[in-house]
Design a protein around this ligand. Structure first.
Ligand code: COS
Length: 383
């Protein structure tokens, strides 16, 4: 049930003000410390940012996809590490429970995820199963009233803080989707071991690490939906939504980078004039603005289709592909407009340039999006 438009506008302007006045000034500190301050996490809780997409019944704000995207356009204006801390609870760390959990699983976990009491984390990727997610090897074997999990998950966002993992593991024979199930694993737990936080190119403050299961016993009630064999399809559904969320984030960051570029170009003088007077600089701003707007329209159109209850596998892949490639080009032009200063760590465009590189890789590489787009297009024409 969407919020009434006045309440939503109020929420959006609070988030916009919070991003401008609180988060953006904290960016250098977060980049340096590789940590989101505990006070910010508490403020996110107070603003309801952990529960944007979780229904009011379970303590969230119950936003639809279009509203979620509108808020992510705002949150995206600050360093992506801030969005990341709540991003898993809003998306890939909670949605499997929303789509396929039992009523008891929903009642147990969704209120705690919506309030930010626990951080959710999505464990699909493995050392040998990245793009080819179907080949995952982590196993879950039934032993009396428990499943025993063994295997390694890699690059798992928010794992160092997580209180709940959504884990895809193989319960059956063969390599098909039918043999993959999904488990809700609470942390800490005996046999659940976290690796050291990964050293990354960017996104300082957004932590990832390995998650290793060594004879980790979870009760039978941890099986999502109480049924085996549903894990892979559920993961794909989760990613359909997650990809739209990431595309909205790319739009937010592009907006920030365009603003930074324009302000710098108006301030920086060469040949006796602000460089914003020069048409070659204007062309870069125009290209970035055009592409950002195209991505924004795609996000909103796909979100509305999703909100009508229609399948958006195709649209989510198209939008994630376009928006993540777009923000890469926008960041590149921002560095170009800043010139030598854009290469210096003291300016935010240098940091964003590194941060946005991830968007073409995680939640499905650009090449996986192309594969999904081609398949869905062929399917729609053939049917
Ligand atoms: N929604 C629901 N079900 C889906 C689905 C979707 N979006 N996409 C695939 N499925 C189903 C298929 O219908 C199929 O079910 P059936 O066996 O009943 O036909 C099953 O899942 C297997 O799908 P498919 O045959 O398409 O598997 P492939 O291995 O050929 O391809 C891709 C799957 C490549 C699309 C998938 O592995 C993928 O998205 N990889 C990228 C993973 C990723 O994004 N990782 C990021 C980590 S999370 S940060």
């Amino acid at each position: 049930m969407p919020l009434d438009s006045d309440t939503f506008d109020l929420l959006r302007s609070s988030v916009r003000r919070y991003v401008t006045e609180r988060l953006i000034p904290l960016e250098p500190e977060v980049a340096e410390s590789n940590e989101i301050p505990a006070a910010v996490i508490n403020e996110f809780r107070e603003l309801g940012l952990f529960g944007l997409s979780i229904s009011e019944e379970f303590g969230g704000l119950g936003l639809n996809m279009e509203e979620e995207a509108q808020l992510v356009f705002e949150l995206g204006q600050a360093s992506p590490a801030f969005r990341s801390i709540a991003g898993t609870n809003i998306g890939i760390g909670s949605q499997a429970i929303v789509f396929a959990g039992t009523q008891e699983q929903r009642e147990t976990y969704l209120p705690r995820l919506a309030s930010g009491e626990i951080i959710g984390s999505f464990a699909l990727t493995e050392p040998e199963a990245g793009s080819d997610a179907l080949s995952l090897k982590t196993s879950a074997c039934l032993d009396g009233d428990h499943y025993v999990l063994n295997g390694t998950k890699r690059f798992i966002t928010n794992a160092p803080y997580a209180g709940l993992f959504t884990v895809m593991a193989r319960t059956g024979q063969g390599n098909g989707a039918d043999s993959i199930s999904c488990f809700l694993v609470e942390a800490p737990a005996p046999g659940l071991v976290l690796g050291k936080p990964d050293k990354k190119m960017g996104q300082s403050g957004a932590l990832t690490c390995d998650v290793i299961f060594e004879n980790c016993r979870v009760p039978k009630s941890a099986l999502l939906g109480g049924v085996e064999g549903n894990g892979f399809r559920t993961a794909m559904k989760v990613l359909d939504k997650g990809r739209l969320h990431i595309a909205a984030l790319c739009v937010g960051i592009a907006q920030r980078l365009i603003r930074e570029s324009v302000l710098y170009a108006q301030d920086r003088k060469q040949f006796g004039r602000p460089i914003s007077d020069f048409q070659l600089v204007q062309a870069m701003i125009a290209d970035s603005q055009t592409e950002m707007w195209a991505a924004k329209c795609m996000v909103l159109e796909a979100a509305r289709k999703r909100d009508r209850g229609e399948n958006t596998t195709l649209e989510a892949a198209c939008t994630k592909l376009f928006a993540s490639e777009m923000v890469g080009r926008v960041a590149d032009r921002a560095v170009q407009i800043f010139g030598g200063a854009g290469y210096m760590a003291e300016y935010p465009v240098e940091r964003f340039y590194r941060d946005v590189r991830l968007f073409r890789i995680y939640e499905g590489t650009s090449q996986i999006q192309q594969l999904v787009i081609a398949r869905e297009t062929v399917k729609s024409i053939a049917s």
